[in-house]
Design a binder for this molecule. Sequence first.
Ligand code: DP6
Length: 349
Amino acid sequence: MENQNLSSYYRCPSNIALVKYWGKKNGAAQIPANPSISINLSDLYAETKVTIQHGNVSGLPAFSFLLDGQSKNSFHSKIETFFKRIWQEFEVVRNFHLHIESRNNFPHGTGIASSAAGFGALALCICDLEQQVTGKVFPNFEQEASKIARLGSGSACRSILPNLVEWGEHSEVSNSSNLHAIEILKPEKGNGFPLMDIVLIVDAGEKKVSSSEGHSLLDANPYSEVRYEVAVKNITNLIHAIRRDNMRSIISIVESEALQLHAMMMVSSPYYMLFRPNTVAIIEKVWEFREKSSLPVMFTLDAGANVHLLFPELYRTQIVNFIETELLPFCQNGLYFCSATGAAPVKLN
Ligand code: DP6
């Protein structure tokens, strides 16, 4: 078979949301209940290679998946769901057996979300292979990859684009879409940008409630409509604040968004908490340090216990010193990861 052994290889960064995607309008179509904004974590990424091995006439997705050289059954059903969702549109998925090899450059089991980077890289490979197999050319390759990355994991659609990225319809963001993410802003190099992100590992364990379950609990959450409205306003306000380099306002929106995400978990039914005592201890230390030093450092949280510290690159030495002297006791095994932000995915050979 002439297409046998075609392959595609991509590196795709993870991302952290500044305005959170939490809640879906329609589960299977992965339509967000509110728009979100994120930046990529340039130095925390997945590298994924997909090779077409042989034909597939089974009528079902056929693939093998290796993470760091080992087969991972826990990812199988999420990848299968993804392939079923793109089955109609993607010949490469319908007609071939796909061999997927992926690695993350951050250790597994640290509580750093890997699905955005993983599905981002996989989506790019699939779009590239579709072009190779069919000879068609996607007029907007990134947009197509973002669209299908969303069908693997919602937040993955944002990892495809560089700089400040928005996903979800918003009346004041031109070209915004529920179907794919867009790059909205390349922040000027100023007092605030570029930002760095340091992820403080508070709890490396498996989450008690997955993000997918968390999203679905919003459907019956009596506070969800209010939360969606606030997120829409926060998008507008954050874009204005970044354009004006208004760090005080950026900090207040970003921290409030992190706390609202976890507040929504606490008012879900059943209620649950993903932050740990050390998460709170770090947040209090950050507030104290900011008050004392007047340095523009802010925290945000993912759906887990780890804390992301965001700050302008300019203050890296002071912030790392603060972490080393005051925050390490709250990190599991003293572990943290440092990353620049805003990078685009890269095609590898
Ligand atoms: C808290 O993208 O992981 O990180 O679409 O079900 O795969 P699925 O969920 P996922 O949710 C991420 C939620 C979040 C906030 C965010 O990244 O915006």
